[in-house]
Design a protein around this ligand. Structure first.
Ligand SMILES: Nc1ncnc2c1ncn2[C@@H]1O[C@H](COP(=O)(O)OP(=O)(O)O)[C@@H](O)[C@H]1O
Ligand SMILES: [Mg+2]
Ligand SMILES: [Zn+2]
Length: 466
């Protein structure tokens, strides 16, 4: 709408002149930029200097607004810090994860420090707080992945799990390491700022160990060292560029850039075989000093737990992790093998315990479900035999429950089903009783069961009485 037209401008001595409607100065026009805004119909015009001044005012105001947003972010951080004190985080994790107290503490502190670090950086402090990336080691099915996903639920910050074993060096068939950041970006609802403060959990991290590590005899290495080098860049803090999900990488593809400097990295894995490296080193150390002190030979699991607690960066290096990466993972956190008692508790205690879930499911069909303690112990023992920690608990229960879940909905009668050790061990059918109260009490008793045998018996008596 605004444009310079010669006709509307005062001509004097071959010079073009016009009055700026804003500063009222008489402006000599040598180019159209001297009077960027001009309406020939009304003669309204704004000179170059005024436009510059207005521009300055606007950008100052925008900066102020940005500062307000930044301050809000810091204030939010105060709230986040208040809500996420280490003991509060641990208490939350306790509701879902059995044992692993040490790991819970380490994670709780690491996350809390992650936020503290953000706060200090926002203040422009010149004391730089280093990132506290964590490496978690523990046998399969001891709760590593579970712990981190519950942590993510609590913190309400972007958190993404990426299976490191699926990553390959650029050029190899498979996912590039950028995928880990892209997963976080999607978890953050495609918000770059949020992504840059999130947490990346690299699961199965031990699977990218260099094959030439002492632990492995195979010489072929499908780019594992390359993967580690690429991950190292991310850990050190770099700008990672990635295309949208499902989009192939090509020069014209639009990309998103994310700075990884402030992303907290947690890596975890079972590191199968590292205990042998540790034992070897300990023996060497011992003989060097001249003492015969050995790791007490208890059962295999206790020995594994004892050894793994003594892990050092050198052991990880021998395992095949490059030293630069180990240097970027200053916090080593070991988890314990779960024994029968722990597995028993996992079946019944957590908020989302499998037994609680089955009780809920059965209640829908007017069935009260009861596991005897012996039955649950049998489930735990089966899981231990499968050597996958708590991971196989659900599968074992599912096997035992399938026929029931198929048959029971056929009737609407109020029933009580008792699963005994024989059901688990010998595939015997469970005891099914028909209760006479027509289901009046069903919601009262469901979901309140404990494992202790005494309570189991008492409950059975009560149900017969009612
Ligand atoms: N300590 C634990 N407390 C409660 N549940 C657990 C624990 N450890 C494992 N589980 C359960 O077992 C399953 C497998 O655990 P997961 O965390 O995936 O093991 P991993 O350590 O191999 O990552 C999950 O469903 C999880 O809920
Ligand atoms: Mg896992
Ligand atoms: Zn002016």
């Amino acid at each position: 709408m605004w444009q310079i037209k010669k006709e509307g401008i005062v001509m004097a001595q071959n010079d073009l002149h016009h009055i700026c409607s804003f500063c009222k100065r008489d402006i000599r026009i040598t180019s159209q930029y001297d009077l960027p805004i001009f309406d020939p119909q009304t003669g309204f015009a704004i000179c170059k200097d005024c436009v510059k001044e207005i521009y300055q005012l606007i950008s100052d105001n925008e900066e102020e607004n940005a500062e307000v947003i930044r301050r809000k972010f810091i204030n939010d951080l105060d709230g986040v810090l208040d809500k996420n004190k280490p003991h509060i985080i641990k208490k939350y994790l306790d509701e879902y994860i059995i044992n692993q107290d040490h790991a819970k503490k380490i994670l709780a502190v690491a996350v809390y420090n992650h936020y503290k670090r953000m706060k200090c950086m926002n203040k422009g402090d010149n004391v730089e707080i280093e990132k506290s990336n964590v490496i978690m080691m523990g046998p399969s099915g001891c709760g590593k992945t579970a712990m981190l996903s519950h942590l993510a639920e609590l913190l309400d910050i972007p958190f993404a799990v990426t299976d490191a074993s699926s990553l390959t060096e650029a050029g190899f068939v498979g996912a590039d390491v950028e995928v880990a950041v892209r997963n976080l970006y999607y978890a953050a609802g495609k918000d770059v700022e949020k992504t840059e403060h999130g947490i990346i959990y690299l699961d199965e991290f031990d699977k990218i160990a260099r094959k030439s590590g002492e632990n492995n005899s195979i010489t072929a290495d499908p780019g594992h060292e390359g993967v580690q080098q690429a991950l190292l860049k991310m850990l050190e803090g770099s700008t990672v560029e990635f295309t949208a999900r499902g989009q192939r990488k090509h020069p014209e593809a639009p990309t998103t850039k994310v700075d990884t400097t402030n992303i907290l990295f947690i890596v975890g894995g079972a590191f199968v075989g590292i205990e042998k490296l540790i034992e070897k080193r300990l023996k060497k150390d011992d003989s060097a000093i001249g003492f015969g002190a050995k790791v007490k030979n208890k059962n295999k699991e206790t020995k594994y737990d004892e050894l793994i607690r003594k892990v050092t960066p050198e052991d990880l290096m021998k395992f095949g992790i490059i030293p630069e990466i180990i240097g970027r993972l200053p916090i080593i956190c070991t988890l314990e093998t779960l024994d029968e008692d722990a597995l028993l508790r996992i079946l019944t205690e957590p908020k989302n315990a499998p037994v609680k879930q089955y009780e809920k499911l059965m209640a829908v069909d007017n069935v009260e479900l009861e596991f005897t303690e012996d039955a649950l112990r049998a489930v735990a023992r089966k899981a231990i035999a499968r050597k996958t920690g708590a991971r196989s608990l659900k599968g074992i229960l599912e096997e035992a429950m399938l026929d029931l879940m198929y048959e029971l909905p056929k009737s609407k009668l109020h029933r009580k089903v008792t699963i005994t050790a024989e059901c688990i061990e010998k595939n015997e059918p469970p005891k099914i009783e028909i209760l006479k109260d027509n289901g009046i009490n069903k919601s009262k008793t469901a979901g309140k069961k404990t494992v202790s045998k005494k309570t189991v018996n008492n409950k059975a008596e009560n149900n017969f009485a009612g």
